[in-house]
Design a protein around this ligand. Structure first.
Ligand code: PEP
Ligand code: MG
Length: 588
């Protein structure tokens, strides 16, 4: 069909990674959309039943293998969650219904099985009883496996694009995003998601324009359509008109000019106009992101999200593999610091196959990060030993995520000391003293920061989580994304408590959540007294320009004024006023 005949259409979402991309769409649909339906002869029924039985046996073997692996690596209790999956492949009612329907419908068995299993899933997921609703998820999981086996598909890697495309999906998990072929992804757009979802964070790190929260774009768009992604303003434009292309061409040239100017700041220091140095570091997710750290002029790494090492694999990373990775990253940023955050799996970052965290009703309030580590000390110690060994080269610091109080922090520190003593006794070389920090991302930790400050050398505030917990807004739920407000007076008060508690107790404090990369809020964070800001490497030049354009004096005045205000929008308006006056060109 000719593109000229089509009218331009627009979808509005939230822009989460700036920039413009143009190209053909590749719509990623759930694999099960691919299940073909075709008629069979009555004489073929026996053959279809044979295929079905073989697929059920194969599925059973796969589940048992997975169960054994988990029992071995994590524990029998966690492995028992697969008992429910085994029951599904043995469920006589379900199997008999498939056999009956094969006789009546005379269709291929994967289609018939999908029809029957989907009916079960729909019925069970409407039940009041949470146990029965859970069974719906079990059936869904097993259904995918059985159909994959019927189709002769191995659990396949996420997506193999043969040429550059704009990727459009209902949802992309952080593991999908981490494994996609980045050089073939021009832009990303998803129905779900929000600014602080880890998929958005990754897109920013990879410098790929991205729009999330489009609600139903995947229902409407077709693979092959021409689209333009405006990651700054959160727009997807389908079949853009020549005028639109001209407008965006102009915008992109302007953006490229601003980026080129910002590049000139690479070797300069992030020092305010009145001479205060603010440490400006980069956040990384994957070891290869390290090249961007010096390219964009960051002073080291303020947050290395090590959980990405555990995703998309069949076995846990060994101590040696982790050591080699951390060591390489530490060496490439030395003498600047590398702050390694111990792995934070759970929430929206799941690693099925290695770290099994069963489905939870509220995963962000669940078995996540340090909570998992303190119950899986073997896995935790492997990582801590690798970090301690890497501290022999470079300037390695370590921090613990999701600390909620002193007990947890003390336990984590005591396990760390145990690892250090064991390594020392074995004659392994380590750095003299490794600086240790706590991430402050749970309101209880912020409120009790004066207690926690005695236990560590620094605080790093994870505003992505701190804001979601403080306002009770799920950070990945686009329905309530408008309530996720970093300038909420309650958030400001929490940030102030943490900064004041750190300084009263003589330790330094930084912010490594996405709030630190919002140039409009930089003066506010400086006014609060933050010593360090850690942001996606690609945002470092912008934040540096913001720091260099203001004084600590005016930042403090701004803070004093906004602390008297009552609503997030009033606070934001004041921040924008100052930002506009000092570096308005960065805000567009
Ligand atoms: C945060 O919560 O702000 C943070 C930096 O950690 P993550 O985004 O990985 O949860
Ligand atoms: Mg966090």
């Amino acid at each position: 069909m000719s593109g000229a005949a089509r009218a331009e259409t627009r979808f509005q979402g939230a822009g989460v990674s700036p920039g413009i991309a143009r190209g053909k769409v590749h719509v990623v649909r759930d694999d099960l959309d691919d299940v073909a339906r075709y008629r069979i002869e009555r004489s073929q029924i026996a053959h279809e039943i044979g295929r079905f039985e073989a697929a059920l046996i194969q599925t059973r073997v796969q589940i048992l293998e997975m169960q054994q692996k988990i029992a071995h690596s994590i524990g029998a209790k966690d492995a028992s969650i697969f008992d429910a999956h085994l029951l599904v492949v043995e469920d006589r009612t379900l199997i008999d219904e498939v056999l009956r329907k094969l006789e009546t419908d005379l269709c291929n068995v994967e289609w018939v099985f999908q029809e029957v299993a989907t009916k079960y899933v729909e019925t069970l997921s409407k039940m009041d009883d949470p146990y029965l609703r859970e069974r719906a998820l079990d059936i869904q999981d097993v259904m995918k496996r059985v159909i994959h086996n019927l189709q002769g598909k191995a659990p396949k890697p996420f997506l193999a694009l043969t040429e550059p495309h704009i990727l459009i999906a209902h949802n992309l998990t952080p593991s999908d995003t981490a494994t996609m072929q980045k050089e073939r992804v021009l832009g990303i757009a998803t129905d779900l998601g929000s600014r602080t979802s880890h998929t958005a964070i990754l897109a920013r790190s990879l410098n790929i324009p991205a729009v999330v929260g489009l609600h139903n774009a995947t229902d409407i768009l077709e693979t092959g359509q021409e689209v333009l992604v405006d990651g700054t303003n959160g727009l997807i434009i389908v079949d853009p008109k020549p005028e639109t292309l001209a407008y965006y061409g102009e915008l992109e040239s302007r953006r490229i000019r601003v980026v080129a100017k910002l590049k000139e700041l690479r070797e300069t220091k992030s020092t305010t106009r009145d001479g205060h140095h603010i440490v400006l570091s980069a956040n990384i997710e994957l070891p290869e992101d390290v090249n961007a750290v010096s390219e964009f002029g960051a002073e080291g790494i303020g947050l290395y999200r090590t959980e990405f090492l555990y995703l998309n694999r069949q076995t846990l990373p060994s101590e040696d593999e982790q050591y080699q990775t951390y060591r390489r990253v530490a060496e490439s940023v030395a003498p600047n610091p590398l702050i390694i955050r111990t792995f934070d799996l759970g929430g929206d970052k799941l690693a099925p196959g290695t770290v099994e965290i069963s489905d939870e009703l509220n995963p962000f309030l669940g078995w996540r990060a340090i909570r998992f580590c303190l119950e899986n000390i073997g896995i935790f110690k492997t990582q801590l030993r690798a970090i301690l060994r890497a501290s022999a080269v470079g300037n390695v610091k370590l921090m613990f995520p999701m600390i909620s109080g002193a007990d947890e922090l003390r336990q984590a520190m005591s396990i760390l000391h145990e690892c250090r003593d064991e390594l020392r006794a074995a004659g392994v070389t380590m750095g003299d003293a490794i600086e240790c920090g706590a991430m402050i991302e749970i309101p209880s930790a912020a409120i009790a920061a004066d207690i926690l400050a005695h236990e560590v050398d620094f605080f790093s505030i994870g505003t992505n989580d701190l804001i979601q917990y403080a306002i009770a807004v799920d950070r990945v739920n686009e329905r309530i994304a408008h309530l996720y407000e970093p300038t909420h007076p309650a958030v400001l008060r929490l940030l102030k408590m943490v900064a004041d508690a750190a300084h009263t107790n003589g330790i330094w404090v930084g912010v490594c959540g996405e709030m630190a990369g919002d140039v409009a809020l930089v003066p506010l964070l400086l006014g609060l007294g933050m010593d360090e800001l850690s942001v996606a490497a690609t945002l470092v030049p912008r934040v540096k320009r913001a720091v260099q354009s203001i004084t600590i004096g005016e930042s403090r005045e701004l803070l004093e004024r906004v602390l008297k205000l009552q609503t997030p929008s009033e606070v934001l308006a004041r921040c924008l006023e100052l930002a506009n006056a000092r570096y308005g060109d960065l805000l567009g």
